[in-house]
Design a protein around this ligand. Structure first.
Ligand code: FES
Length: 155
């Protein structure tokens, strides 16, 4: 796949805002991900070329951050926090329940394309542990018995 002219222009504009085009890499990857749905190898290579970088460098940077994705995701991203507060307050039971209900493992997407399940580091809501984000919505403290009703809200 090839990026659209609009996306390419946005990346070039972004690069122009920095003394070194390399500094625009994170933002450029977001532009590309938004357009392509995921950072497929050819998309990463195109971003790198626009910034005058080796594709391997762009790929290495992208793989370091969990906000970038390399496969298309479902319509709703479910993130289960597994950091300390959430671990101590039952996130394992929540995660197990989600796996069972959705029939997928962490990192997978349901066959109907509705949900992608991931774990996350602290979601900055430790007072509400255990915490789960569904898209931009925070749910917590969450008990497994609440999960069915919450999932029904997301078509
Ligand atoms: S440890 Fe889970 S939100 Fe902070």
């Amino acid at each position: 796949m090839r990026l659209s002219d609009a996306a390419r222009s946005a990346i070039v504009r972004l690069a122009g805002q920095f003394p070194q085009p390399r500094s625009a890499l994170l933002g450029a990857l977001f532009v590309a991900q938004e357009e392509a749905g995921a950072l497929h190898p050819e998309v990463v290579a195109e971003v790198a070329a626009l910034l005058g970088l080796p594709a391997s460098e762009a790929a290495a940077v992208a793989s370091f951050y969990h906000l970038y994705r390399f496969r298309p995701e479902g319509r709703h991203l479910i993130q289960v926090c597994t950091n300390v507060s959430c671990l101590l307050n039952g996130c394992r039971a929540v995660l197990d329940d989600l796996r069972r209900r959705l029939g997928i493992q962490v990192g997978e997407t349901t066959p109907d394309g509705r949900f992608t399940l991931k774990t996350a580091e602290c979601l900055a809501a430790c007072e509400a542990a255990p915490v789960v984000m569904v898209g931009p919505d925070r749910h917590g403290p969450l008990r497994p018995e609440q999960i069915g009703e919450i999932l029904e809200r997301y078509a």
